[in-house]
Design a binder for this molecule. Sequence first.
Ligand SMILES: Nc1nc2c(ncn2[C@@H]2O[C@H](COP(=O)(O)OP(=O)(O)OP(=O)(O)O)[C@@H](O)[C@H]2O)c(=O)[nH]1
Ligand SMILES: [Mg+2]
Length: 441
Amino acid sequence: MFEGLTEKLQAVFRKLAGHTRLTEKNIQDGLREVRLALLEADVHYKIVKDFIDAVTRKAVGKEVIESINPAQQIVKIVQDELIALMGPVEEVLKFADDPPTIFMLVGLQGCGKSTTCAKLARYLIKKARHPLLVAADVQRPAAVEQLKTLGKQLNIPVYSENTKPVWICENAMSYAKQNGLDCVVLDTAGRLHINQELMDELKEISRKTNPDYVFLVADAMTGQDAVNSARAFDSWLSLNGVILTKLDGDTRGGAALSIKAVTGKPIRFVGIGEKIDNLEEFYPERMASRILGMGDIVSLVEKAQETMDIEKAKKLEEKLRKSKFDLQDFVEQLQQIKKMGSLKDILAMIPGISGALKNIDIDDKHFKKIEAIILSMTPYERQNPEIIDIRRRTRIAKGSGTTVGDVNQLIKQFKEMQKMMKNMGKMSRGMMGKMGRFFGV
Ligand SMILES: Nc1nc2c(ncn2[C@@H]2O[C@H](COP(=O)(O)OP(=O)(O)OP(=O)(O)O)[C@@H](O)[C@H]2O)c(=O)[nH]1
Ligand SMILES: [Mg+2]
């Protein structure tokens, strides 16, 4: 996510930090490069101008130049301005006193509406709500089937009918009320371009169902086109916010940084992958940290809390304290991490790591290899790696489809890690490094 932009900004800051004393000129030069980085990231030119003006006003002052660490102060100013650019976001969704709470998702063809409807439903389920998905897209023949499949995965009802979208939506409201469903998510049809017919249809649905939230779903990878579609949709429908999808594939970040400033409508959620779980609430502070390559520990911890098995975590902690961490624990840890998503995305949330990652292709293949090796060991071997002699290593390599060299390396690194675990506590940073080395970081 945003790798291109992050890399450029970090280069600018590194350069600034390299000067023993900062002058106004150094700062101006640095900000010129920030400006270029933002423009290359496809941020709207007018926003770039305002942004740089605001940062310059704050940065080119006596106080910053004479401060103990001027370069860091500039990073802080840029961070604050990024946050201001994307925020504020009214953070909690308000549910209707008189249910159902209605969410209407609109957007151009292929932007991710149907997938996002399912993700939003999943989010609502986690909030102990009972959502109904409504297939109001009769434009594309396979759309209803797609939503039904998604509904099945979530084990929730999908309302569909062979009639006009507006009637489908109206009837879905009565269906929800009769069946005690307290949230309704409307999946509407997309078009390649905004046109009168689409807008009339959407406006009529909105008028008849009076949704609590109208969210535009926009594809981050389309950059300024996403921003333009947000502006156009907003003029017809009065949006409550934007759900920006495919952020996982967006190296530039132009849409994420421009939408709020151009349309006045905040990003409320972001899609970060194709899976039903890959939807996150949007927090400007966290996004700014990620853009600046500072990681996002808060989201990482939240993710971990969602997917980790608390009981297992407690047992693990005890083992760590008694220095009894073995390969079985290690493979379980790996599996927990894998549940959280792509390894690269997770590591990128750890401060300081994202820079180190930029040229390294950590794929989940490496991850699978480690898992395969450990799973080819007997439980006794996993608990007592020191007994794994060359004969056993050969067998394990064969069983896991790897080489003896791979097995040797894993055991060697595991031993190193075990040693470190004994000295843990104050050394959590170092441990992260060792963990990273397992994946070739
Ligand atoms: N990588 C990634 N892919 C996504 C994300 N959101 C949606 N997609 C993919 O985008 C494609 C289109 O998604 P749909 O949900 O069918 O899009 P839609 O807007 O409903 O499309 P129409 O109904 O044809 O207008 C699918 O292949 C999704 O898996 C995301 O956050 N990340
Ligand atoms: Mg669709």
